[in-house]
Write a protein that binds this ligand. Structure first.
Ligand SMILES: CC(C)(COP(=O)(O)OP(=O)(O)OC[C@H]1O[C@@H](n2cnc3c(N)ncnc32)[C@H](O)[C@@H]1OP(=O)(O)O)[C@@H](O)C(=O)NCCC(=O)NCCS
Length: 160
């Protein structure tokens, strides 16, 4: 059976409750960072702050009607042509089923003019390092004591 493509929907303020629901269904991500799941108010404030930054993009990822997760990234950061992924989040109950790799692949096609994707891994998280390495990212730089950066050079891709 042919899989539907992953589609990206830019977020707006009215998406705050949906993003909050997504976070509530993914508590492990926040627990690993030692944080509680943000409240709806906090999610709204974060969105407001993000929308002030013209290079920042927050998008929901869908496969047909199914909400897979969200992605938060910054264009032309740190350098022109780079894209820094702040957060790629697959909805808790959907994790471990291969959606993450499909989302990364779709994101690459969604950003046809970018030449490099970067992502930071907090602390000692070998499973996260494995995940990004499997998507073709390689160690880029250390930002001690808590952050390690991974990057992937992008070739020519067809836009979606
Ligand atoms: C990282 C993330 C995007 C990967 O997406 P995914 O759809 O789970 O990806 P995969 O299906 O390829 O699974 C990745 C690995 O995590 C494991 N995993 C993910 N969720 C799991 C779960 N709920 N229970 C058990 N294992 C899980 C998988 O078994 C796999 O492990 P392996 O590398 O040892 O084989 C997703 O786990 C996520 O949203 N995490 C929280 C946010 C985050 O940390 N994002 C990355 C930093 S930007």
């Amino acid at each position: 059976m042919k899989m539907l493509p992953i589609k990206f929907e830019p977020m707006a303020m009215h998406h705050a409750p949906l993003l909050h629901e997504l976070y509530q269904q993914t508590p492990n991500y926040f627990a690993v960072l030692g944080n509680a799941v943000p409240s709806l108010q906090e999610v709204g404030r974060d969105l407001e702050t993000a929308f002030f930054d013209r290079r920042r993009r927050l998008e929901l990822m869908y496969c047909g009607p199914l909400l897979i997760g969200s992605v938060d990234y910054k264009l032309d950061f740190p350098e022109a042509g780079d894209v820094t992924i702040n957060l790629l989040l697959v909805r808790g109950p959907l994790q471990g089923q291969g959606w993450g790799p499909r989302c990364v692949e779709a994101l690459e096609r969604h950003l046809p003019h970018s030449r490099r994707l970067l992502v930071g891994v907090f602390g000692e998280r070998p499973n996260m390092v494995r995940f990004w390495e499997r998507q073709g990212f390689v160690f880029a730089t250390d930002a001690p004591p808590v952050m390690t950066w991974y990057a992937k050079k992008l070739g020519r891709r067809k836009a979606i």
